[in-house]
Design a protein around this ligand. Structure first.
Ligand SMILES: [Zn+2]
Length: 392
């Protein structure tokens, strides 16, 4: 008897989770469409929506839309402010903080230069998040969701290692909040989650590698629809794959890592050593300045360097993981169409015969800056996913 009760509770929960997922995906919809998309009985959908309306997860919107048999259909709209989170993008040079909304969008509220010591960083972070917390009603607050430019133990919410900043085995939970959840993930994994959620072209795909190019390079790996993290959470650290035994020294202590050739820092260093003056207050901005000037002849060697250096790593990813698609993100999501074509050409001329040599490399559809930065969006989605069972 008890088991039967538990079963029906679980079914009810999974139905509610499914309907909420569809609402969050479609933003504006109708009960009828939700029933069709979920395969649930219309009366079940009506009951669930009644609960959601009471809980404030969605609103009814009066509308002139009519369904097929001429009745007025009442539209439902997701309440994007039903639950809020504080999202943090820890960048090697700059950290941004904003609000994450229930539809997975974000807004950036403040930014600061990332201090290199963890103690100083947490101090500034707590000050900045405290200001934002004052404006969020407590009953709507989901917690803190943080994007980390390094390895993360997702279960323990522990930063395992950030090579660029030298942080090892540190927790943000203790200083940030004892009361609310603090969830963390790697920036490339979060970007992949965001891309998968927002890009309809990826909807049917399960094997995806998201290459996040910033001051370093991190990769989000999805295999069979699941993020692959590895035993010690270092699975996506393809930026530290050795591509030249005696190459430049890397932050990780090794030399000749892929990111010492293809990260924004590496490309900017190359530009500056040839005497080019670049606009921007950090390496990512300077990298974008190079891309903006791609048609000028004095920049062409840098565009070629970007194409070749990214292609080297992507060939190795394809030969190791054989994904359905490679998504270029971070600052590399802005590379010009022509450069992307040439890069894809290099990749396909070098990958193994078995891959069919028709690998698709595409740019992330999410901008790298401001409101729609991929890892921030991923952070907003991540905490909703982790907490969804608490409010359905
Ligand atoms: Zn390295």
């Amino acid at each position: 008897m008890i088991n039967r009760k538990l079963d029906s509770e679980n079914i009810g929960k999974s139905n509610r989770r499914l309907v909420l997922q569809l609402l969050r995906k479609n933003l504006i919809t109708t009960r009828r469409d939700l029933a069709a998309a979920s395969g649930l009985n219309p009366s079940t959908v009506t009951k669930i929506i009644r609960e959601f309306l009471v809980a404030g997860l969605c609103n009814e919107v009066s509308t002139e839309v009519t369904d097929r048999i001429g009745r007025k259909a009442i539209e439902l709209r997701l309440n994007r402010k039903a639950y809020l989170s504080i999202v943090v993008d820890i960048g090697v040079e700059e950290t941004s903080i904003g609000k994450g909304y229930f539809d997975g969008t974000t807004s950036i509220i403040s930014s600061f230069k990332t201090p290199s010591t963890f103690e100083e960083f947490t101090k500034v972070l707590v000050e900045n998040t405290g200001e934002i917390m004052k404006k969020i009603p407590k009953y709507k607050f989901l917690g803190y969701s943080i994007s980390v430019p390094g390895m993360v133990d997702v279960e323990q919410s522990k930063i395992v290692y950030v090579p660029h900043l030298g942080w090892k085995d540190v927790f943000l939970k203790d200083s940030l909040s004892k009361r609310y959840p603090v969830v963390l993930d790697n920036e490339a994994n979060l970007s992949l989650i965001a891309e998968k959620w927002n890009n309809p072209d990826l909807a049917g795909l399960g094997d995806i590698v998201f290459v996040y190019v910033s001051e370093g390079i991190g990769c989000g790996i999805m295999l069979g629809g699941q993020i692959h993290r590895g035993r010690d959470y270092s699975a996506g650290e393809i930026g530290h794959m050795t591509v030249q035994l005696d190459g430049p020294k890397c932050y990780c202590g090794n030399s000749g890592c892929w990111e010492t050739f293809a990260s924004s820092e590496a490309i900017v260093r190359k530009a500056q050593s040839s005497g080019l003056e670049l606009k921007g207050s950090n390496n990512n901005e300077r990298y974008l300045d190079i891309l903006k000037n791609h048609e000028k002849s004095e920049y062409s060697f840098l565009i070629e360097e970007i194409e070749k250096s990214l292609a080297v790593g992507i060939v190795n990813i394809v030969n190791s993981l054989d994904p359905e698609v490679i998504v270029l993100g971070g600052v590399a999501s802005m590379i010009p169409e022509e450069a992307l074509k040439r890069l894809t050409g290099i990749v396909n001329s070098k990958v193994l015969y078995a891959t069919g040599q028709n690998i698709e490399v595409r740019r992330s559809i999410l901008d790298t800056h401001g409101k729609t930065s991929s890892n921030m969006i991923g952070a907003a989605l991540h905490i909703i996913e982790r907490r969804v069972d608490d409010f359905i």
